[in-house]
Design a protein around this ligand. Structure first.
Ligand SMILES: [Zn+2]
Ligand SMILES: [Zn+2]
Length: 356
């Protein structure tokens, strides 16, 4: 793989051509390597639950063919003339964003996901206005070109096959856990034990918090207790309804319709609940909230590039990695069905060497 001067870069990928979860080999070209860009040969890409929703057109509209994948890790194989952060041979990660306006206050303080001009460019299914408004294609592919500012450095000694999910599931949970200042001894909860939820569990255990897990799949109990959770509550059990005024912090990663008030009442006075699962379709009952006292609910979206780097360095240093199942890219269709049914513990990662 090389980047000839000014030429577009041929890429092999798997794409979905309609809202059905059916993938086929797909070839396209990526924009030429700019002075500040790096070309990454992708080694692994995670399958995020929101990839399923993007293919289905559940977010903001989908342009087909779509190549999902915003949990990407690989090796730098070419660098633009002005690149200083990476050199050829380094490992690099790419998460949910590949660029943003760079000029607004949010972008300047490295909260690019909250670009005040609404100009975050997402890794796939997004308009790249820096490159002729072409559609972006994600990580279910053999390479990606990205500005070095949006590449995340990955330490040489990292467990590389497990890095990819940190770029979305990791940062999406790490960021609100930091924002809410979760600390040792806090009573906290994770609602929804998928790729995101199990990372939230790991980070909060590392911080010394006492973690309760909620899920609709009772068979997850054994695994989450093994990972260090204090208890597991089946959302459809009577125990679920009894919990009140108990938690300092709740993170909800639930990607479907659910009753937010049911969790809100579980917070202690002044407790905080972060909503990170997409898409959320929820009616909030304001009166119920008032009678359940003063408690905060907020949303959070991934994290900025600076914080993503901090999360990755922290995770590698403290040996906090996702539980992954490595699959060949030919198993994508089957993997999507399993993710939808909660049958993966906890993240599928595609081995990109299987893309021929
Ligand atoms: Zn994601
Ligand atoms: Zn901006």
């Amino acid at each position: 793989m090389s980047a000839k001067n000014g030429e577009r870069i041929p890429t092999k990928a798997y794409a979905a051509h309609s809202k059905e979860w059916k993938f086929k080999p797909f070839s396209f070209t990526r924009h030429a390597l700019g002075q500040n860009d790096i070309l990454i040969e992708i080694l692994y890409a995670g399958i995020c639950h929101s990839d399923l929703h993007s293919v289905s057109g559940d977010h903001h509209g989908t342009t087909y063919p779509i190549v999902p994948g915003h949990e990407i890790v690989g090796r730098v194989v070419a660098v633009g003339q002005k690149v200083s952060k990476f050199k050829i041979g380094d490992y690099a990660g790419v998460g949910c964003m590949v660029n943003s306006c760079g000029e607004c206050d949010a972008c300047k303080r490295s909260e690019e996901q909250f670009c005040e001009r609404g100009k975050s460019i997402f890794t796939y299914n997004s308009v790249d206005y820096f490159h002729g408004n072409e559609n972006t294609y994600g990580g279910y592919s053999n390479n990606i070109v990205v500005s070095e500012n949006f590449g995340i450095k990955v330490a040489k000694d990292a467990d590389i096959s497990k890095i990819a999910p940190l770029l979305c599931a990791g940062i999406t949970t790490y960021s609100p856990i930091k924002f809410s200042k979760v600390k040792k001894g806090d009573k906290v909860a994770v609602a929804g034990l998928g790729g995101l939820g199990h990372m939230a569990l790991k980070y909060m255990i590392a911080l010394g918090a006492e973690v309760t897990c909620f899920d609709i799949v009772p068979s997850k109990k054994k695994t989450v207790l093994k990972l260090g959770a204090k208890r597991f509550i089946d959302v459809n059990s009577d125990d679920f309804k009894k919990i009140k005024n108990e938690f300092d912090f709740i993170i909800s990663t639930i990607p479907y319709e659910y009753d937010i008030n049911a969790y809100h009442k579980m917070l202690k006075l002044n407790g905080e609940m972060a909503i990170v699962g997409l898409p959320v379709k929820a009616n909030i009952n304001g009166a119920d909230m008032i009678w359940n006292f003063r408690k905060k609910i907020y949303s959070s979206l991934i994290g900025g590039i600076k914080e993503t780097q901090e999360m990755l360095d922290y995770s590698i240093k403290n040996n906090i990695y996702p539980e992954v199942e490595i699959i060949p890219i030919t198993r994508l269709d089957e993997a999507y069905q399993n993710v939808a049914k909660g049958r993966v513990e906890f993240r599928y990662v595609i081995d990109m060497s299987t893309l021929s």
